[in-house]
Design a protein around this ligand. Structure first.
Ligand SMILES: [Mg+2]
Length: 202
């Protein structure tokens, strides 16, 4: 079985809107994801890093973070054909609740979750899905297929043009699986396509 590496935040876990809601209430602003245009998670007014950590620190909020739209049904299909391996840069101290979140929100086995400091290349997977362009480039640099889950903070479109595979959500277009499943999404389609094209019969 091919090993599918999945980033967690902003790929399967919709974390930023919850963080922004807190910031907006506190500062009477109306920021949305589109206002975050760079990788430092800064808007023109705020640095969000501390707010993100605060969100993880509050167990109830953290466990209640919604999945990215369409991620849950897509992952349940993918779990039949791929070994799902989550790779996150969330600090290791959040390992327990991250595992609980994966199980309760995505209904897939969260037993393989790697917490890494920065580099995701050290984890043995065949394909990586990530919203971080740096991670994607590094992974692709090993000659393996990497897929960008595009987000507004990937604003360096010059870089994006060098990436041939990216999508914006899990539910772009419906597909039919061979065994009659009505699948969900361009993302899913892309993963199967990539697996076939780049990973051959492995
Ligand atoms: Mg991410």
């Amino acid at each position: 079985m091919l090993k599918l590496g999945l980033d967690i935040d902003s790929v399967v876990c919709e974390m930023i809107p919850t963080v922004l809601q807190k910031v907006n209430t506190k500062h009477r602003t109306a920021l949305t994801k589109k206002d975050i245009i760079d990788w430092n998670m800064e808007t023109s007014q705020f640095k969000l890093y501390n707010e993100i950590i605060d969100t993880f620190d509050d167990m109830n909020i953290m466990l209640g973070l919604p999945p990215v739209l369409g991620a849950k049904p897509a992952l349940r299909i993918l779990a039949e054909d791929f070994e799902l391996i989550f790779i996150t840069t969330r600090p290791k101290e959040y390992a327990q609740q991250t595992k609980r979140w994966v199980w309760s929100m995505l209904a897939v086995d969260g037993s393989e979750i790697h917490h890494v400091e920065r580099d995701k290349n050290g984890i043995d997977v065949d394909i990586l899905v990530d919203d971080n362009l740096g991670n994607v480039f590094k992974f692709a640099g090993q000659g393996k297929p990497a897929i960008v889950f595009d987000q507004p903070w990937n604003s360096e479109k010059a870089f994006l043009e060098r990436v041939s595979i990216f999508w914006k959500d899990w539910a772009e277009r419906p597909i039919h699986r061979a065994h009659g499943w009505l699948g969900v999404g361009g993302a899913l389609f892309t993963i199967y396509e990539v697996a076939e094209k780049y990973c051959g019969d492995r």
